[in-house]
Design a protein around this ligand. Structure first.
Ligand SMILES: [Fe+2]
Length: 177
């Protein structure tokens, strides 16, 4: 099927999310769609700003996300599997372990247009735009993300705290030095 139809894609993701092997199916759908990243970018051209929930029910939460240049989303978990596909700009995803001595940086994954990554429920990551461009992505979570309780983590101490607007605003960083 040539092209990318967002409404159709959301229907496919909703169906996949209800299957026993939902993580695998969602990842396969995302990987297949993002193979034609130009078509995804074209279909998503009407979206701007930081985020928008495209669909959510008890099984799946599908988001548009646009991160401004040098924005650094603070360390957080998802408490569900997150599958992320970037269709424009570049994100650096930094992964951490929370230990007695605070957050320990484990690895960084550069995610470019057409790349799809899956992140486990307990993984902790921060997300930083890599350059002067906005990064644009579709995020798929296998749970109703707006209602589940998840955590943000203090940059220095690694202490977990509720993921809410106040904590997010306090921890958000700009990567401009
Ligand atoms: Fe995340």
């Amino acid at each position: 099927m040539p092209g990318f139809d967002l409404d159709e894609f959301v229907l496919q993701l909703r169906a996949a999310a209800r299957e026993d092997d939902a993580p695998k199916r969602v990842r396969a759908l995302m990987t297949e769609a993002f193979r034609d990243v130009d078509a995804v970018r074209g279909a998503m051209s009407g979206f701007s700003g930081e985020e928008e929930v495209l669909f959510e029910d008890d099984r799946v939460s599908i988001w548009y996300c646009g991160f401004d240049p040098h924005k650094h989303v603070p360390p957080h978990d998802h408490q569900t599997i997150a599958t992320i596909g970037v269709y424009d700009g570049v994100e650096n995803n930094h992964f951490y372990l929370a230990g007695d001595n605070g957050l320990e940086h484990k690895s960084t994954r550069r995610v470019e247009p057409g790349d799809v990554i899956a992140i486990g429920p307990n993984a902790i990551h921060s997300v930083e735009t890599a350059d002067e461009r906005v990064s644009y992505a579709i995020h798929v979570y296998l749970a109703p993300l707006t209602t589940i309780e998840r955590s943000l983590f203090d940059w220095d101490s690694g202490a977990a705290m509720p993921f809410n607007d106040d904590n997010y605003a306090r921890l958000e960083r700009s990567s401009v030095k």
